[in-house]
Ligand binder design. Structure first.
Ligand code: SAM
Length: 223
């Protein structure tokens, strides 16, 4: 029993090594991000029935009509945050908790907001089991951010919204970065926005993507 468990863990570690090689071939350069992907057991954030897909570059259902994003997209977005390790990060859309675990390896603190209570509860449990003690999970509408904890050095939005939520822009520290998908339902531009001054923001499109809806006061209304 014990030996089959350790064989499975070894297999997962090899699969993560292959995944990291693929991500690197596809242009992910940040060694800290690649190391975090290698060290974070993505299968633990999935329902056991999907463990076989954990290290493929594909999104996977996590229940409640939501998904954990494909590792390639997660790595690209994480790299775009240019994290050095000292940052206070806000994540909108906790989902499975996998992205929050990666951010925990790369930043100082992470506040992650999820609108669906059961997902927040599950993510919180697994994050705590994994010792991610600098991640806090909160249930609520992440489009409103968390004014009581602002400003944030980095904000990562992991659901697709119609436009940049103004409350999030106002909670970004000067010099800070926000990364997230914005545009039409079903297809968005991946934006990287920098707050250059109190009222000055620069933005660049770093890719195209397809995320589940960002639902909330400064997002889409629920269908
Ligand atoms: N980052 C997640 C992970 O690592 O598993 C994947 C996020 S999933 C693609 C998008 C998540 O955003 C869903 O769990 C969804 O419920 C959540 N969501 C959508 N709108 C939200 C909002 N306004 N506030 C907080 N969470 C929201």
């Amino acid at each position: 029993m014990e030996s089959s468990r350790s064989a499975a863990l070894e297999e997962f570690a090899l699969a993560r090594e292959r995944l990291v090689r693929r991500l690197s071939e596809r242009g992910v350069r940040d060694e800290r991000v690649l190391k975090a992907v290698y060290e974070t057991p993505r299968h633990r954030f999935l329902p056991e029935a999907f463990w076989g897909q954990a290290y493929k570059d594909t999104p996977v259902p996590i229940g409640e009509g939501q998904t954990i994003s494909a590792p390639g997209v997660v790595a690209t977005m994480t790299e775009a945050l240019s994290l050095a390790g000292h940052e206070q990060v806000l994540e909108v859309g906790t989902g499975s908790g996998y992205q929050a675990a990666l951010l925990h390896s790369l930043a100082a603190t992470v506040l992650s907001i999820e609108r669906i209570p059961v997902l927040a509860e599950q993510a919180e449990a697994i994050l705590s089991e994994m010792g991610c003690d600098r991640v806090k999970v909160r249930v609520g509408d992440g489009t409103q951010g968390a004014a009581d904890c602002a400003p944030f050095d980095r904000i990562l939005v992991t659901a697709g919204g119609p436009e940049l939520p103004l409350p999030l822009l106002s909670q970004l520290a000067i010099g800070g970065l926000l990364v997230g998908p914005f545009g039409r339902r079903g297809e968005q531009e991946l934006l990287r926005v920098q707050r250059a001054g109190a009222q000055r923001f620069t933005r660049e499109v770093i890719g195209r993507c397809r995320f589940v809806d960002l639902i909330g006061e400064a997002g889409w209304s629920a269908r």
